[in-house]
Ligand binder design. Sequence first.
Ligand SMILES: NC(=O)c1ccc[n+]([C@@H]2O[C@H](COP(=O)([O-])OP(=O)(O)OC[C@H]3O[C@@H](n4cnc5c(N)ncnc54)[C@H](OP(=O)(O)O)[C@@H]3O)[C@@H](O)[C@H]2O)c1
Length: 327
Amino acid sequence: MKAVVVTAFGRPDVLRYVDKEMPVPGPGEVRIRTVATSVNFADVMARQGRYHAGGQPPFVPGLDVAGTVDELGEGVDAGWQGKRVVAFPSGGSYSEYVVAKVDLTYEIPENLDWHTAAGMLTVAVTSYELLTKVTQLAAGERVLVHAAAGGVGSVALQLARHLGASRVIGVVGSTKKMEFASTHGADVVIKAANGGFAEGVLEATERKGVDVILDSVAGDGFAENLRCLAPFGRIAAFGSASGKPGQVQTQELHGSCRSVRGYSMGTTRRLRPQTLRPSVDAVLGLAASGKLHVPVSARFPLEDCKKAHELLESRQSTGKIVLVVQP
Ligand SMILES: NC(=O)c1ccc[n+]([C@@H]2O[C@H](COP(=O)([O-])OP(=O)(O)OC[C@H]3O[C@@H](n4cnc5c(N)ncnc54)[C@H](OP(=O)(O)O)[C@@H]3O)[C@@H](O)[C@H]2O)c1
């Protein structure tokens, strides 16, 4: 079978399309024939050697997959055979076949197409967990989403509205992304490539600020979140696309009852896999019923994943990028 391997940390040309041995499912695992997988920013960081949960080269990158179960490991219920599933595989997903624990494998609703299913798993589950568990968004609250036209961003905007947010504000890095964020659920979109968003947020909220902030960018702009976060507000820190950590002064938190909480899907998958299933079921259900639209904006064949990485790290992409593996 074919797979893509990161041969050394570095630029996209370290990605090689190679022959690999077919994986064999162990106890409690299924093997999946991949139809499509998606490109997440974590894949770029893993390739660069900057992802906290990334491997050492050579390794197969990729977090999520959609395909058909074609072999069962010991102890797996026979009902899984032949099912259309999405999964977080045990190894990387840029591969014609993967193995995944049954605990991290989920049946795709009948009317959900392959590419939406492949594109949504990581971004939709992350967004849902951030809003419901990490920041515990309540109906009527105001939400700010950074990188709002990206994979996570464009889904988080919609889920915030679905969960009852009274105002959803998106920050994007360029003018061309503004309309995209509006179309996907932002009431207000602010262009700010490297900080410079707080005043716009205050203007859009009668100077009250927002109650929830989803920040995947971190870096120099992170502290600015505290300028536009209302008392009792919560920030979810779940990425550092800027390449730099964010800084927080504790005195900016306790007096105003505000908080910053971290989240990692990778850590949750590893240490508390069973806690993810309700979130996966919720987002698959929303997508199947048309209440959540996952914008797949670009598709590449698996062997062209280099181009997909170049697009994602160019900061020009919107929505999700899907890698088509097998018809
Ligand atoms: N913790 C978790 O479990 C978890 C799970 C999924 C994703 N994430 C994080 O969530 C973020 C979004 O992931 P995604 O896959 O959906 O990617 P994405 O949002 O589609 O792409 C990343 C976006 O980050 C923004 N960005 C800001 N500074 C950047 C820089 N210096 N270089 C490149 N991009 C920069 C860009 O948007 P603008 O140009 O609009 O600023 C870019 O489009 C990533 O930081 C990722 O690591 C975390």
